[in-house]
Design a binder for this molecule. Structure first.
Ligand code: TRP
Ligand code: SF4
Length: 327
C-alpha cells in the first residue's frame, strides 16, 4: 500500500530552540516511520518578515537543516529541501493567487495578530498578505495528506483547504484537501517564564554549550512564592518543573515533586539536576551537530539530493495544474 504523504516547513529565522525541538522536530522525526515525509526550509516565507534583515536567513538556513539531521530527521527516508530552490513553488503561488479572494487573507487571524505583534517590522506588504497562498502552494504541490503543525498554523491550513476546493471546483479535481496533524506543544516557557521565543531573548538553544546552559537555567524563574530555602515550593507553578518532566527520569521527577512541597529539596539543587538531565539529552544531538558542521559537503549533497526529488514531484504537479488551467 502506498504510504500517505506528510509535508511541513520551517522558516530559517534564527537558531533552533527547545520549543522547536519538542514541539515540532521530534514529531517530524516520529512521523518518518509511517509516512512519506517532505520537510523543507521555507526561506521565501522567512523573507516576508525579514526582507530588511536577509543575513539572518542565510545564516540560519544551513544550520537549521543541520539541526534537523542531528535530531534524527533521516535523509534516507525523508525528502529534505529548500523552498526557493524549487521555483515551481513561485509559479503555483502566482496561479493560486488568481483564485484566492482577498477577504480570505484579510480575515486571516494570524495576519492580524502578526500585524499587531511585529510592530518593529513593516509587514504591510503584498508578500506578507499572500503568506498563506504561498503556504498553500507548498502543501498542494506535493499533494500532502497531512501537515504536522502547531495550533497557530490552523488558520493557514484552513485557507489551504479552501484554495484546494476552489481549484478543484473551478478547473478539475487536482488537489486533495490536506489535514492538520496537530502537534502537542509541551508547556516549556522561556527562562523568564514567558513563551519561549528568540525575540524575547529567553530561549534555550539546542546548540548552547554547557556554560551557557548553566547560566540560563540558573537565572530561570521557579516558584515565585518560594522566597527561602526553608519555604515549601509548588512545582505546579514553577517554570522549571515542566522541563524535568521532559528531561529527568520519572522516578526522580516524582521525588522532586514530593520533596519540593515540603522543602526537602532546594531550587539550586533542583536546577543542578535539571542541568545534568538536559546536558545528557542534548549530548548526542550536539555530537551529531559537530559532525555535520565539519562536513559541509555532505550536508550540501543531502539538500541537493532532496531538492532534486522535490523538484521532480513539483514538475509533475505543475504539468497537471497548467493543463487544468489551460495554460
Ligand atoms: N508558516 C509555517 C510556520 O511559520 C512555515 C511553513 C511554510 C509551512 N510553508 C509551510 C508549514 C507548509 C507547513 C506546511 O511555521
Ligand atoms: Fe521548582 Fe524545583 Fe524549586 Fe520546586 S525545588 S520550586 S520544582 S525549582
Amino acid at each position: 500500500m502506498k504510504k500517505k504523504r506528510v509535508l511541513s516547513g520551517m522558516r530559517p529565522t534564527g537558531k533552533t530552540h527547545l520549543g522547536h525541538l519538542h514541539g515540532i522536530l521530534e514529531n517530524w522525526r516520529n512521523l518518518q516511520d509511517e509516512y512519506e515525509c517532505f520537510y523543507f526550509a521555507a526561506d521565501w516565507h522567512a523573507l516576508t518578515s525579514e526582507y530588511k534583515n536577509i543575513a539572518i536567513i542565510k545564516e540560519s538556513l544551513n544550520e537549521m537543516i543541520i539541526d534537523w539531521l542531528s535530531v534524527g530527521i533521516d535523509p534516507q527516508r525523508s525528502t529534505l529541501f529548500v523552498q526557493s530552490w524549487v521555483k515551481e513553488h513561485a509559479e503555483l503561488h502566482l496561479l493560486l493567487s488568481m483564485i484566492t479572494p482577498l477577504g480570505w487573507l484579510e480575515r486571516n487571524p494570524t495576519y492580524k495578530e502578526q500585524q499587531e505583534e511585529l510592530v518593529d517590522k513593516d509587514i504591510s506588504t503584498y508578500g506578507f498578505l499572500g503568506y498563506p497562498v504561498l503556504q498553500a502552494a507548498d502543501i498542494l504541490m506535493y499533494k500532502g495528506n497531512y501537515v504536522p503543525v502547531g495550533k497557530d498554523q490552523l488558520p493557514h491550513l484552513e485557507i489551504t483547504r479552501e484554495i484546494a476546493r476552489r481549484f478543484n471546483y473551478l478547473y478539475q479535481e487536482t488537489f486533495p484537501p490536506p489535514e492538520a496533524l496537530l502537534t502537542e506543544v509541551p508547556n516549556l516557557g522561556g527562562t523568564d517564564g514567558r513563551k519561549m521565543s528568540k525575540s524575547y531573548n529567553n530561549a534555550i538553544f539546542i546548540s548552547d554549550p554547557l556554560d551557557v546552559l548553566v547560566a540560563k537555567i540558573e537565572q530561570m524563574i521557579t516558584d515565585p512564592q518560594r522566597g527561602y530555602r526553608k519555604d515549601p515550593g509548588n512545582p505546579d507553578v514553577c517554570g522549571l518543573f515542566p522541563y524535568h518532566r521532559i528531561y529527568t527520569e520519572p522516578e526522580v521527577v516524582k521525588e522532586i515533586n514530593r520533596e519540593c512541597r515540603r522543602a526537602g529539596i532546594g531550587c539550586r539543587e533542583c536546577k543542578r539536576i535539571l542541568i545534568k538531565s538536559i546536558q545528557e539529552y542534548l549530548a548526542p544531538i550536539q555530537e551529531k551537530r559537530k559532525y555535520y558542521l565539519t562536513h559541509p559537503a555532505e550536508v550540501e549533497e543531502i539538500i541537493e539530493e532532496g531538492t532534486r526529488g522535490a523538484r521532480e514531484v513539483a514538475q509533475h504537479t505543475m504539468a497537471e495544474v497548467r493543463e487544468a488551467m489551460g495554460m
